[in-house]
Design a binder for this molecule. Sequence first.
Ligand code: EPZ
Length: 419
Amino acid sequence: MKSIIIRGGRTLHGDIAVSGMKNAALPIIFASILTKDRCVLDNLPDVTDVNLSLNILESMGATVERLGKTTVAIDTKDLAGGCSPVDLVSRLRASTYLLGAELGRFGSAKVGFSGGCDFGVRPIDQHKKGFEAMGATVTIEDGCHLVRSARGLHSASVYLDIASVGATVNVMLAACTVPGRTTIDNAAREPHIVDVANFLNMCGARISGAGTSFIKIFGVDSLHGCSYTIIPDMIEAGTYMVAAAATGGMVNVKNVIPKHMETVTAKLIEMGCGVDESDDCITVSRSTRLTGANIKTYFYPGFPTDMHPQFAALLATAEGTSTITEGVFENRFRYVEELRKMNAVINVYGRTASIVGTKQLTGSPVIAVDLRAGAALIVAGLSARGVTEIAKVETIERGYDSIVDKLRGLGADIELAEK
Ligand code: EPZ
């Protein structure tokens, strides 16, 4: 069993480089199914979910060639639909994108139930609504989602009841080669939606409005291959910014797009951090005790839900009482029990965590119950007094590329232990 062991209390100093964005890489990997040509993807993060997605494509008949640590070539001309391995599919949420990609390529899809972090029910009713608007029927048979379009898909105007990232991506994937104009109203606006649209347009699609709540897709006859570089991971960047704030010191977070970090930057400044920006680097420093704050997570450009647990770990030692209200998922509070083991004073009322700042957390054995909860425990361990041992490291490795090595490079006393 692997665990991460942290001896806390050290300030962090130096440069840390952000990898490519997991939540952009995953949809783009599955989007490569839409073309029979070769696609070369660069700046892929070396994380489990990316490698698992590539394995799923290979098991369906695609050829995946590793051209470097962060670069792969994908050729799906021999890929068959409806045969993705249900055990692999069940291990990540992003396998949901197989529905839109298979539908766009083959006119039908058969995919097992996806997995991912447990925040309560993670339905796909909005994905279904989009597919049905385009003339498909969605049923469950043999433990799989089955999407059929007997008379072929047609263009449609889709209104999403929720600005769902997954549903926005899946409708874009399904609509690329459907004749006519398909629109998505109340679309998700996250930077990775723009990245997926940019990739598809590099393959010859005609998508406009990505990044706004109204996206237009004009169907084209077919898509061709392309070479594409994934954007930097705004959540990885935010995690390191919070780690710098939690420990004190001065950290240059490199390879970032500052615009994507605006809400995180604003909140850290509000709490008393120093934050300086250049075109691709954000420097975070902290020398005095932070003051508490209130956070409401929401769909982009709101405060990112994927930064919620990390900020809870930071607010746990800030002056005064703080709150975090979770506006995206109905239950993203599984991290609370683990932070309490480190003497955090957190109580949850409905969808709001109330956090009373203490002087310092104390190290403890804890469990990474989901990806960003694991990141929060690393942040907490770095600033805590004593030793923190984090179990279920594989949960963290799903979405953070070389996080232990990167933090050691900043002077953290952190190691990956095998038992
Ligand atoms: C993506 O999940 C990300 N995962 C999540 O990141 C992220 O937290 C989330 O977007 C929100 O930004 C990947 O990209 C692989 P949604 P997704 O569809 O697509 C509800 C991480 O830590 N909903 O935008 O599943 C849903 O239950 C992960 O990297 C419906 O009700 O998120 C949730 O409450 C965690 N019906 C809200 O909408 C639907 O059909 C947002 O979900 C779809 C979603």
